[in-house]
Design a protein around this ligand. Structure first.
Ligand SMILES: [Zn+2]
Length: 247
């Protein structure tokens, strides 16, 4: 059996070297140094050549057993020597471990985001307290960012998922359209009326199957649009288990 280094165990595939581990009763403090290639300037994307300085960042990491883990990561600040770039210096990020302005590791941020998605604000914060992960409601909610909506809706040739969502619950609703096979948001409509959706379908023909959850208005829209040239897709059954786009 091949022996593993401490880096293989704690930071697999991440460009860091562990210098020291300080073990207190409930926390492992891991001191590590970034060892990756020089970073790219976030403004001009050119690779840096000169180190300006280095400093230590503190990142919360996922717990190990019953221990909290804190990483003290030494990162480098680089000069950007590209003449036309507005940045003079920038701090490197370690892929898989650090992100700009975040005090938690990439792994812990992923955990927190999943918890926030599943449980919402307050229940997520309660669960984090039980797991002894320091994350309040506001911080958890800040991790929930909406998927980007493209400026121009791309053509969907496969399965188009359609569902309503609340801009404000009980007051205003919109419609979200998803390319189910590509797993991306295609467009967001300002309401959930059959007229708006029918107009969209007429402007964007090509979807083979349309999966919808809210049968009435969306089915009407599919039928209306089907009467116009540029036939939209045949509708899928609403809410059918196991069908893409159904709940
Ligand atoms: Zn630059």
């Amino acid at each position: 059996m091949a022996s593993k280094t401490v880096e293989d165990v704690l930071f697999p595939g991440i460009d860091v070297r562990v210098e020291r581990i300080i073990d207190s009763s409930d926390t492992l403090l891991v001191e590590a140094v970034s060892t990756g290639r020089p970073g790219r300037c976030p403004a001009c994307r050119k690779q840096a050549r000169r180190v300006h300085s280095s400093y230590q960042r503190t990142l919360d990491e996922r717990p190990l057993g019953s221990r909290l883990v804190v990483v003290r990561l030494r990162v480098r600040r680089y000069f950007c020597d590209h003449r036309s770039c507005s940045r003079r210096t920038f701090v490197e990020q370690v892929p898989g471990l650090s992100e700009r302005h975040r005090r938690s590791s990439t792994g812990l941020t992923g955990w927190l985001r999943s918890i926030a998605v599943e449980f919402g604000g307050r229940p997520a914060a309660r669960l984090c307290r039980r797991l002894r992960v320091a994350a309040g409601r506001t911080r958890l909610l800040r991790l929930l960012t909406a998927p980007p909506v493209p400026d121009r809706a791309p053509r969907v040739l496969g399965v188009l998922g359609v569902d309503e969502f609340a801009f404000r619950k009980g007051c205003t609703y919109g419609t979200v359209l998803v390319d189910v096979e590509a797993g991306r948001v295609v467009d967001v409509l300002p309401d959930r009326t059959s007229e708006t959706f029918a107009a969209w379908l007429t402007d964007h023909p090509g979807a083979e199957i349309i999966c919808r959850d809210r049968a009435t208005a969306y089915s009407k829209a599919v039928k209306e649009a089907a009467r116009t040239p540029g036939r939209p897709g045949r509708p899928g059954r609403p809410g059918r288990p196991g069908r893409p786009g159904s709940r």
